[in-house]
Design a protein around this ligand. Structure first.
Ligand SMILES: Cc1cc2nc3c(=O)[nH]c(=O)nc-3n(C[C@H](O)[C@H](O)[C@H](O)COP(=O)(O)O)c2cc1C
Length: 208
């Protein structure tokens, strides 16, 4: 599977969930960066089109390359594309609404597809070491109501910090917009868009 050159990787839970607030805020960041650096290339990974990473995928990886059936070859090729995009990107923007106190299952599936020994992590005597270090990673976290990050029921940013950090995507930068289902939501989204535009300019200065 051919992977386009990817400087900026935008991960969305779509494409079917439209209009998406988290995608709108994420695009404000990307467009602000592209205004400064029009030479950079963005790839969007619609996590909503990924299958669940389960036994089929494990079996496909376990089968010798020349013994894989067509379905297994397709699963591995898709997995390779997902990992290659992350390897190439210097900026990753994950548009992640909160669903049932955590991320949508599509975003979870994208993270599950990062689980590739020797490419995204290495076992060491001291535990696993993430191999995807050195990238800037933004999370655009939208929520219908308000739930502080340290609330015991909030498995949103905390989950992403742990799960992505596991592969070396540490120091997540989070732009949150809460109360999107309430009348104050529009103000919060406008604030998040302004923060995303500022983040885009900051990334442009960092890019070098
Ligand atoms: C299936 C589903 C589950 C949701 N669960 C929560 C939740 O647990 N907490 C919350 O604050 N909002 C929840 N929401 C609301 C979304 O987080 C909110 O509408 C968000 O702005 C959606 O972002 P998006 O437009 O980028 O998809 C849920 C929405 C859906 C569709």
């Amino acid at each position: 599977m051919e992977v386009e050159v990817t400087d900026i990787l935008l991960v969305t839970s779509g494409p079917r969930v439209e209009p998406s607030t988290s995608r709108r805020i994420a695009m404000a960041l990307v467009e602000s960066l592209l205004r400064e650096r029009p030479d950079l290339k963005m790839t969007e990974r619609f996590a909503g089109l990924l299958p669940h990473a389960g036994n089929d995928l494990v079996a496909a990886h376990g089968a010798p390359e020349d013994r894989r059936d067509a379905h297994q070859a397709e699963l591995v090729a898709l997995n390779d594309a997902v990992v290659t995009e992350v390897e190439q990107a210097r900026l990753i923007v994950v548009a992640a609404p909160m669903y049932s106190y955590t991320v949508p299952s599509s975003i979870k599936s994208w993270i599950d597809h990062l689980n590739w020994r020797g490419r995204t992590y290495l076992p060491t005597p001291d535990g696993r070491e993430g191999m995807l270090k050195g990238r800037r990673t933004y999370v655009i976290a939208t929520r219908g109501v308000s739930l502080p990050e340290d609330h015991p029921h909030n498995f949103h940013e905390t989950y992403l910090r742990v799960a992505l950090g596991y592969y070396g995507l540490k120091d997540l930068e989070v732009i949150a917009a809460e109360n999107t289902a309430r009348p104050t939501g529009a103000e919060e989204v406008a604030r998040a868009i302004a923060a995303a535009e500022a983040a885009g300019r900051d990334v442009a200065a960092w890019w070098g």
